[in-house]
Design a protein. Structure first.
Length: 256
């Protein structure tokens, strides 16, 4: 939607847009002709959602100050406190500037070391804002667990891990493993071999013997012999894309 279609006063624009996002996140009814019009025609601007949280309760930077800073710095963007975090919807008015907007946002926020943040994918349909807020929250939660030394986390970097972690909601990991992969795990526990890691590196390298032997620092002939023993224990058709994908997903789960 072009900016000329918004209310004339910038303060009014920001207030109404902020209220719209807050209502969407809180699952409240949308009221007012302008907000309904935005929802029906939200194709001109694109946004990223960030969810920011203080790293320590003893930091001095307040959430309200951070909200003001973000809104002052980024045109047509809104920021507000929600569920004890600072949520921002950063507008991106360029068709191909997704990475540039994110980088600009991060550059500004890294000065505020008291906060870490999760960052959603780019989106244009404002009605989908709750899903992108959820993306930012997942990125923040998983990022802090896996990379506590970092300050900002992109959902795209954790999407696969999130998908896989949810696959275990009904079953423990042991019930998802194939009998062949369990054979490899048991073999590694009973010997000095590391067949699971060899298989992981081999599949990650698209079954390239050259790359795998280089990564594992083993001779090609040694690797071939090892892979034959792995294949015997694994009892899986490595030429089947579906079976390879399943084994790779299980190997990823074992890393988590």
């Amino acid at each position: 939607m072009a900016l000329c279609q918004l209310p004339a006063e910038p303060e009014c624009q920001t207030y109404l847009l902020r209220d719209l996002f807050q209502r969407l996140l809180s699952n409240l009814p949308i009221e007012g002709e302008w907000q309904l019009n935005i929802l029906q025609n939200s194709t001109g601007n694109t946004y990223i959602c960030t969810k920011l949280q203080q790293n320590s309760r003893y930091q001095r930077i307040s959430g309200s100050y951070l909200c003001s800073l973000i809104e002052d710095h980024f045109l047509s963007s809104v920021s507000f406190q929600y569920e004890e975090t600072v949520v921002s919807f950063i507008a991106n008015n360029s068709n191909n500037a997704c990475d540039a907007v994110r980088q600009e946002h991060l550059t500004e926020l890294t000065r505020l070391v008291a906060y870490s943040g999760g960052i959603s994918d780019l989106f244009s349909d404002i009605s989908q804002a709750p899903y992108y807020y959820r993306q930012a929250g997942i990125a923040l939660e998983m990022g802090r667990q896996k990379c506590p030394e970092q300050d900002f986390f992109y959902f795209k970097d954790f999407a696969l891990s999130y998908m896989l972690s949810n696959s275990q909601e009904k079953f423990p990991l042991q019930m998802l493993l194939t009998s062949g992969l369990q054979n490899l795990i048991d073999h590694d526990k009973a010997s000095d071999a590391n067949y699971v890691q060899t298989l992981r590196v081999y599949l990650n390298n698209n079954m390239s013997l050259v790359k795998t032997s280089t990564d594992l620092f083993v001779h090609r002939t040694t690797l071939i012999a090892r892979l034959k023993r792995i294949q015997t224990l694994l009892q899986t058709d490595s030429e089947s894309p579906t079976e390879r994908l399943y084994i790779q997903l299980l190997l990823k789960l074992l890393e988590m």
